[in-house]
Design a protein. Structure first.
Length: 306
């Protein structure tokens, strides 16, 4: 018994196929306000990683957008969220400036720019970006710039648009394939005020995108996926399953109508901001979130909308 060994023998096999570890695309990155939030949990202009976001809702305060955004995300999925809290300004313009952020004299990134430091500080790269409730035109434009650097995707609201015609005009401000505009807002029951109120649909879109990435894959669109916890939408939108000539069917922005009796993302088109005859419909430039090689834009073919 020459091979007898009274102990543990380790056999290392260094041949054969190996699995490739894919990029985590379900990491959400948000910028939010919350002046009464816990400063230790959410320091100003510092990226903070939440592995279980629901546990941090109690420290998010009750003012601003932080608590509302985290609540909407966790109503859909439990996923990693990178949070950057910024101060509320004296007016909307000052708040937008705080959200967009800059680089200070000592090299500190603030606002949206702080998302760029997440990977070096936290070890994760946010791939799904949004600033629910604060996504004005300048903010969304700046967020798309950051998304290109992170190879991420942006969900933003058609800010200050009361009609679908205004939404169509607003959409012309953008030419970024990393952006999907959403309109209108959702309605949900607010436990703080004990009444129903509007909640940013983009917050639910962030959670829904992460949920689909984790359970199905990046190739699946938000279309026809039931949104939990919401009771309606903030604007009247006409939609029919078999009729393309409806409010939802004729828009090039993701409109959130009722679907099969339940509120869901079910628009006729899910498209990034630039619409071309070659690429009329697409779920997201998701392959760019996996590989450094850009997806060809000039190859015409069938639309991706599964």
């Amino acid at each position: 018994m020459s091979d007898y060994h009274h102990g543990v023998r380790v056999v290392e096999i260094n041949e054969g196929t190996r699995t490739i570890r894919t990029v985590a695309t379900s990491v959400i990155g948000i910028v939010a306000t919350g002046d009464d939030a816990d400063v230790d949990q959410f320091p100003l202009n510092q990226p903070v990683l939440l592995t279980t976001p629901k546990n941090a809702i109690g420290k998010a305060g009750k003012t601003g957008t932080l608590k509302q955004t985290l609540t909407a995300i966790t109503n859909v999925v439990n996923t990693m969220v990178v949070v950057v809290r910024v101060a509320s300004g004296a007016d909307d313009a000052e708040t937008s400036a705080n959200v967009i952020g800059t680089v200070t004299e000592d090299g500190q990134y603030t606002g949206i720019q702080a998302l760029l430091a997440a990977q070096s500080q936290l070890g994760v790269k946010p791939r799904i970006l949004g600033v629910p409730g604060l996504d004005t035109l300048p903010v969304t434009t700046a967020l798309c710039t950051v998304a290109k650097k992170l190879r991420a995707f942006v969900y933003a609201y058609a800010h200050d648009c009361a009609t679908k015609e205004a939404v169509a005009a607003y959409r012309e401000n953008f030419g970024d394939r990393e952006l999907m505009l959403i309109w209108p807002e959702f309605i949900e029951f607010n436990t703080d005020t004990a009444q129903s109120s509007a909640v940013p649909a983009t917050a639910y879109a962030l959670g829904l995108r992460a949920y689909i990435d984790k359970t199905v894959g990046w190739h699946k669109t938000l279309s026809n996926v039931t949104v939990p916890n919401v009771t309606g939408i903030s604007k009247q939108v006409f939609w029919d399953l078999q009729d393309p000539d409806t409010d939802a069917g004729t828009s090039t922005v993701t409109i959130s109508p009722p679907s099969s009796g339940r509120t869901a993302f079910a628009s006729g088109a899910h498209a990034p901001a630039p619409m071309t005859h070659c690429l009329p419909l697409k779920t997201t430039p998701a392959p760019r979130r996996y590989w450094p090689t850009p997806w060809p834009m000039r190859i015409c073919g069938p639309s991706i909308n599964r």
